[in-house]
Every structure is written in C-alpha cells, then in structure tokens.
Design a protein around this ligand. Structure first.
Ligand SMILES: *Cc1c(COP(=O)(O)O)cnc(C)c1O
Length: 360
C-alpha cells in the first residue's frame, strides 16, 4: 500500500486546550486525506494542515448523501502512552458501510497506521486530564462533480481529530430519554446498520422534539412495527431486568456499536447473563410495572456509558434507578475507561499503543 506524504505545519506557539472542550468544536492542526479513482484505486495519501475543502457544487455526496463516517477515541494512558481503542473494528465497520453505499473499501491495516501517524503528529492535542479525550473522525465521501443519481466514481477518505470533553452537557449524570413513536430513525434492510449521514438527518426532527421537551436523546423503536426497542441516536441500549442484561439484537436497523460489543464481553466476563434479543416496548413497560427494571444505560464511543434516569413513552414518565446513575452503568463506565486509559489490565487486547519517538 501507499506511502503517506507529509506537509507539516510549523507551529510557533504551543497547543493550549480550552477549559470546556464540549464535543466537536475544536480541531487539531492536521488532517489525513487520500483519493480514490477506479483507475488508480486509493492513492495520494497525505497528512497536511487542516484547511477548508474546495468542492464543485455538484459533488455527489452533497446531493445524495453518499458519505460514511466512523468515530473512535485516543487517550493518554497511565504511563504516558497514547492509546487507541479497537481502531481496526472501526475500519471494518467503515468497510461494511462502504459496501452498502457502493463505495470502495479501504485497507484496514493501512488506515490504522495512518490514524496512528496522524495522532502522533498531533499528539500535543491529546488531552492529558482524566475526562477529556481526542475524538478521531474518519470519513469518506463520493466526490464526482455530477448530478445524475449513481454511485460516484471517485472518492475521498479523510481522518480528522477533535479534542473533546464529556459528550452530554450533563457530564456523567443520568440522561432523560424520550421514546419516540411519531418518527423512525432507520429501517432494517435500509441503512440502519451503517454510519452514514442519512440516518442522522432522519433523526434530527425527532431529536429536536425530544430536546424541546427537556429530553437529551431519543430511544427509537423499530421502523416496521414501532414495537421493538432499537437504540438511541448515538448509543446502543442495555436494559437490566432482574439479573438479565438485555440489548436489542442486531436486526439491520441498529448500528452495531463497538462499545456495545465490548460491554457484552465485559459483562459476560463478570459472570453476568447478557442476552441479545428483541425486546418490545410492551414487555419493557410490563416489567417496569412489576418493578423488575433495575437499570437502563446506553453505550457509545462519545459518551462511553450513559446511565438513563428517566424515560418518557406516550404520556407516561418512568424513573429508572431512582433517577440516579445505576451501579452497573457506573461500574462499566469506570472499568471501560480504565481499560481505554491503560489503568487496568487489558485482558482482551483492545487497546493499541501509538508509539511516540523519544526525541519527538
Ligand atoms: C456510533 C453510533 C453508536 C455507537 O457505536 P460505537 O461504536 O460504540 O461508538 C450507536 N448508535 C449510533 C446510531 C451510532 O451512530
């Protein structure tokens, strides 16, 4: 595969990170860019200063949404190493999204190396405190200047970096979630299992309605019957009923989260019963009324684990774990972030070290 060309910004002042990073507001100095054409395949990989793109107004993805993305994080580990969490899984999922949207696949090993290289170059942007992280956003777009509806011939692949704080304005506090049945996010056999722009566009109105009612996020039901619990806008969902932890099985309408996968492995390692199955909203309500719903929490790269303190469905408001952070959500958050930051043994081999040369 390709060599990476470099155009490195000579910084005069040291990087100073903002107090309150928020999510996705700040960007590092550099970006990774690579081009695709049918004749050359992927070529011209480079790391260069972040600057605005210049695009023809007819560029495919602007009109028809042929665009896919990923999200992962880089952390400062205990002993000064920078760690990435399961990056190969992100590029595998990017390739799955690519196939569904008729886009070219990338070489996973090369993209992991390119990501490490970009993080290495912008290492001063990796927050050193315990709550902030460097969010890594790979994305690919169809780049033909052409208004006909067909897959683009040419593509561009990017990786950009953004130092971020806690995802939710509440920080690690329980979130309030609206169970939305007026709108749907994505449908199985559609694009539900892809990280692609259309799903987020489809979710915005439902999410805005929820936000206006004081809810942080929406819990979506399946788009075919509006019967089964699917996921939250940017998180997969887990429900603890008695001693069983249930997460909706991947039916095609749900994004297969890497945090979800990791949570399932950790819970099983702890000897807990985790079931991937369909759970209907009626079953959930019935168990709630019997007092059996112990905890509800979401999982995703951005928030890692997010405890749900309140749910609203039609005209009922349900409190979960007394509106507080559930003990299991707290334990998972602590354990997962400890693995991500290299503070406990990484027995699953999930973290990948970004070696920093001593003289850098
Ligand atoms: C990214 C995302 C998730 C979480 O996936 P992770 O790999 O755990 O970050 C869940 N749902 C949706 C819709 C997402 O976009």
């Amino acid at each position: 595969m390709e060599k990476i060309a470099y155009e490195i910004l000579e910084r005069e002042e040291p990087v100073v990170l903002a107090e309150n990073l928020g999510f996705g507001k700040y960007f590092t100095d550099h970006i990774f860019v690579m081009d695709y054409s049918p004749a050359k395949g992927w070529h011209d990989a480079k790391i260069m200063p972040l600057r605005n793109l210049s695009l023809h107004p007819a560029t495919t993805f602007i009109h028809y949404g042929q665009t896919i993305f990923e999200g992962l994080k880089a952390y400062y580990g205990e002993n000064g190493d920078i760690l990435l969490f399961r990056p190969e899984k992100n590029y595998q999922r990017l390739n799955n999204s690519a196939r569904r949207l008729c886009m070219p696949e990338v070489d996973i090993d090369f993209m992991v190396e390119a990501t490490k290289e970009l993080v290495r170059i912008d290492k001063d942007w990796v927050p050193r405190n315990n709550s902030d992280t460097l969010y890594v956003r790979p994305f690919m777009v169809g780049s033909d200047p052409f208004l006909g509806v067909r897959p683009s011939a040419d593509y561009k692949m990017f990786v950009m970096l953004s130092p971020v704080g806690a995802y939710y304005p509440e920080g690690f506090k329980p979130v309030k979630i609206l169970i939305q049945d007026d709108y749907v996010r994505a449908v199985r056999k559609g694009l539900g299992e892809c990280k692609t722009a259309a799903n987020y566009a489809a979710s915005m109105l439902g999410a805005e309605i929820a936000r206006k009612q004081g809810y942080t996020q929406v819990l979506w039901l399946d788009a075919v019957e509006l019967k089964y619990i699917e996921e939250v806008g940017t998180m997969n969902i887990f429900i603890q009923i008695g001693d069983e932890v249930i997460t909706p099985k991947l039916t095609g309408g749900i994004l297969p989260g890497i945090t979800r996968l990791s949570v399932i492995d950790i819970l099983r390692d702890w000897g807990m019963t985790v079931t991937e199955r369909q759970i209907s909203i009626d079953e959930f309500m019935a168990e709630y009324d019997k007092g059996n719903v112990k905890e509800v929490f979401g999982s995703g790269t951005a928030a890692v684990i997010s405890s749900v303190g309140e749910l609203k469905y039609k005209d009922r408001t349900l409190q979960v774990s007394g509106g507080e952070i559930g003990p299991l959500a707290q334990k998972l958050f602590d354990h997962l972030t400890a693995i991500q930051r290299g503070k406990v043994e990484d027995k699953f081999g999930w973290t990948l070290k970004v070696e920093i040369p001593v003289n850098a």
